[in-house]
Design a protein around this ligand. Structure first.
Ligand SMILES: Cc1cc2nc3c(=O)[nH]c(=O)nc-3n(C[C@H](O)[C@H](O)[C@H](O)COP(=O)(O)OP(=O)(O)OC[C@H]3O[C@@H](n4cnc5c(N)ncnc54)[C@H](O)[C@@H]3O)c2cc1C
Length: 758
């Protein structure tokens, strides 16, 4: 028994924690920064003021993780973020394809708990910063109310991933809040104060069918949404969770200090919405529904943005400007919202896409005046307009990975975040990131330590592509479709396909390419043809004599014509896709982006794929086969399609393909990393969407590795991960490796992007 005598006062228990990197904020940017640094051997303290990880993606807020793939609604092909955030999303797909937010919480916990170098402090809020001198932080102080403990976290480096930027603020880092005027950076889309300078908060609810009538009595503070919310007619009994992203408020308030007040306003709205659904009489199908969950903390979109050595602006995004310190990419639209949020007469958002993904420079990820402070997440150095795009969570997480890697290099080189750039260590950072799966558009990684460079590789087959079988459904050409194919410079092959016509008609086809190689916006027409077709079966050929100057993707377009049916194929291949000129209102894709000239945004058409099980390839043949697979691709670290597939692909018939890797002499092999195809094109939203499969169908599930004595050295079955990193307990001494892969899907040939051997 503990018996304490009366005292004048007492002190809280306090602990001093020393590590190599302190990360404040356990949203996705903090989680990915922590994992990246820990895997490189850094001792990390991850401090999170909430009981769960994930920030806005956690079960406390329930936002789906989005990024450059933009719900598959823009022209960014194969643009899902790679590395740790991909690992998390692929894991979530495997264990939780239905998108249960509670399960997603546990996936994040599991990821962190597997890293021995991470010490996780939940429910611990950082409220004070101690400094060594004006521009150097020595420690941050936090308090955990659950265990009544005060913590002092010390480290040479700090990362602020707290969303509001509490460490940056307390340490005196330069920041901004609100919107820049057009004058400052020449951003033509910069909003005025009438539109609003800050994005507001949101709170969501989930409903549940109980199978029997449920009454609802609203709290007295619920508002009458039919009187107060201009768009109240958009509420219905089916939408819940972050589909109601436009329940937004607070953009005219101080989004930090007024948060509690904003939250109450949002609760008034949310309970008012539910009252409307249950009791207005307009939704008889809501009879059996009950309110299952209401958010207790609001999701915060915007508050402080910190100043780094570079500030990303609108033109970086729209013009896809290049930076020699590029370390990541973004690709969500520039997405601003009216300051009045849900009470505005204006649309809930104003989204404008660029023609492709854009680079994010390293110089935007550290403070310009606090020498040992990194930023990741929504607070990075970006203007209000550019933040409209960089703020989404997959991008935030992607930047977290960069910071984790950069922190490791800073400690190794004994330099601070800025010096990593000024002392020319950026190429090393870029390579390190690429080795761990991070795709940086425009950067060509070469790893001289990769033993694969000196090896000769041969494969049991190498796919020469000449079309897709006619084994799929026939479908009416009620929307324009394009077959997207990677073509080498020189002659473009002819694409030949059968169509059936309900009556005589003219069918228009086109061949288009993108004005910028690596983009997938078909804004240059090479040729247009009108085919005169008769009722019944016809064969058409789409071709041109014009030659391509560069290796790039080509769009073979068939324009919509409801009198025509086309046939699709069941076959799918890495880096080959069909796309449709179609609408995806969720991301402001109305088939075409028609931007007013005054806002400095491009106008172009959207050609987007469809989610599996739809989105099949057309059934066609080519007059000459094309090379979509090269064994040499296995030696590069470009692990996704860019201007070519960048993959090695086996023949369809090769059900157990084999790769032989030979050296002139014996090698000591400690580690082998294989990169399989996780379909970078498919967005893997973490909540609400029920994905069609739990393992990406392009991914090889079973394989084995053998040495030069034909001894089995590794075997894997049931793989679903993208990067398979195999570390041998004892180095393998061999002059040869054989990788035997098994085809996992009848209609998809085996493929592999890269092999790393160390
Ligand atoms: C309503 C809404 C809708 C959105 N829609 C989407 C969407 O659909 N998809 C998408 O990808 N993005 C969306 N966004 C944007 C995205 O959620 C944020 O920009 C993103 O979460 C930013 O990531 P972050 O890691 O910087 O911050 P957060 O996810 O907010 O994580 C920061 C973490 O730091 C913690 N923290 C804060 N202060 C402290 C402190 N003092 N001590 C310790 N920890 C602290 C917080 O609790 C939080 O967990 C939306 C945002 C909102 C609010």
């Amino acid at each position: 028994m503990l018996l304490e005598k009366p005292a004048i006062n007492r002190e809280l228990k306090s602990l001093e924690i020393s590590s190599e990197l302190v990360i404040v904020g356990g949203g996705l940017s903090g989680v990915c920064a922590a994992i990246a640094a820990a895997r490189l051997g850094l001792k990390v303290s991850l401090v999170q003021d909430r009981p769960v990880l994930g920030g806005n993606s956690s079960s406390e807020v329930r936002l789906w993780i989005l990024g450059a793939t933009s719900h598959m609604g823009n022209n960014n092909r194969w643009a899902r973020e790679s590395g740790i955030i991909n690992e998390i999303m692929i894991e979530n797909l495997f264990s939780n394809k239905e998108g249960n937010p509670i399960i997603f919480d546990s996936i994040l916990f599991d990821k962190i708990k597997k890293e021995q170098n991470i010490s996780l402090f939940l429910n611990t809020s950082i409220y004070h910063v101690e400094k060594l001198n004006n521009d150097t932080i020595s420690s941050v102080i936090g308090y955990c109310s659950q265990n009544e403990t005060k913590y002092k976290f010390s480290a040479p480096l700090f990362t602020d991933c707290s969303g509001d930027g509490v460490v940056g603020f307390l340490s005196g880092a330069a920041f901004r809040m609100g919107a820049e005027s057009t004058d400052e950076f020449g951003e033509k889309f910069a909003p005025d104060t009438e539109y609003g300078e800050l994005l507001g908060h949101s709170i969501y609810f989930y409903s549940k069918d109980t199978g029997q009538p449920v009454k609802y009595v609203a709290p007295s503070f619920a508002i009458d949404v039919s009187k107060e919310i201009p768009r109240y007619k958009s509420f219905n009994s089916k939408d819940f969770g972050c589909r109601l992203w436009w329940i937004e408020y607070g953009g005219r308030k101080n989004t930090i200090h007024d948060t509690e007040e904003i939250k109450w306003e949002l609760w008034k709205i949310v309970y008012g919405v539910w009252n409307h659904i249950k009791n207005s009489g307009e939704f008889p199908d809501a009879e059996n529904l009950t309110l299952e969950w209401v958010g207790m903390i609001p999701g915060k979109r915007e508050s402080r943005r910190f100043e780094g050595d570079y500030m990303i602006i609108q033109q970086d995004i729209v013009e896809q400007r290049l930076h020699k310190d590029a370390v990541a990419f973004g690709g969500w639209s520039i997405d601003l919202h009216p300051g009045d949020g849900v009470f505005s007469e204006k649309p809930g958002c104003n989204q404008w896409h660029s023609k492709g993904i854009y680079q994010i420079p390293y110089r935007s990820l550290y403070s310009r005046n606090i020498s040992n402070l990194f930023f990741a997440g929504r607070i990075i150095s970006a203007s209000h307009v550019a933040f409209g795009s960089t703020r989404v969570m997959a991008t935030s997480a992607y930047l977290g990975q960069v910071v984790g890697n950069a922190a490791f290099l800073c400690l190794q080189k004994k330099c601070n975040p800025r010096e990593l750039y000024t002392l020319n260590h950026i190429q090393e950072l870029q390579l390190q990131l690429s080795k761990n799966g991070q795709f940086i558009p425009g950067y060509l990684p070469h790893d001289k330590n990769n033993l694969i460079n000196n090896a000769e590789i041969s494969g049991s087959s190498n796919f020469q592509f000449s079309g897709f079988s006619t084994n799929g459904i026939w479908s009416n050409l009620n929307e324009s479709v394009a077959q997207l194919l990677p073509i080498k410079s020189g002659k473009i092959p002819q694409l030949i396909l059968s169509v059936t016509c309900l009556e005589d008609t003219n069918l228009q086809t086109e061949i288009r390419i993108s004005s910028k190689i690596g983009n997938f916006t078909p804004d240059i027409t090479i040729t247009k043809t009108v085919h005169k077709l008769n009722k019944g079966a016809n064969e058409i050929s789409i071709g041109t004599d014009i030659k391509l100057n560069d290796d790039q993707y080509v769009f073979f377009i068939i324009h919509k014509n409801a009198k025509v049916n086309v046939q699709y194929s069941e076959e799918r291949v890495t880096g080959v896709l069909s796309v449709f000129n179609t609408v995806n209102a969720a991301v402001s894709n109305y088939g075409k982006q028609d931007a007013p000239e005054s806002i400095g945004i491009d106008s172009f058409e959207f050609w987007v794929p469809k989610r599996r099980p739809e989105g099949k390839n057309l059934a066609f043949k080519l007059n000459t086969s094309i090379s979509i697979s090269e064994i040499a691709n296995l030696k590069t670290l470009i692990q996704r399609p860019t201007n070519q597939t960048n993959a090695w692909i086996a023949n369809f018939e090769d059900v157990s393909p084999e790769l032989k890797i030979k050296w002139l002499s014996r090698q000591l092999i400690n580690e082998l990393v294989l990169c399989f195809d996780p379909d970078w094109d498919h967005p893997l939203e973490t909540v609400l969407i029920n994905h069609p499969e739990s393992i990406i169908p392009f991914c090889v599930q079973d394989y084995s590795i053998w040495d030069d004595q034909n001894e089995l050295i590794y075997e894997k079955s049931g793989n679903y991960e993208t990067l398979n990193s195999i570390r041998f307990d004892k180095p393998i001494n061999s002059s040869e490796l054989t990788i035997r892969l098994k085809k996992s899907n009848t209609h998809i040939p085996v493929s592999l992007f890269s092999i790393q051997i160390y």
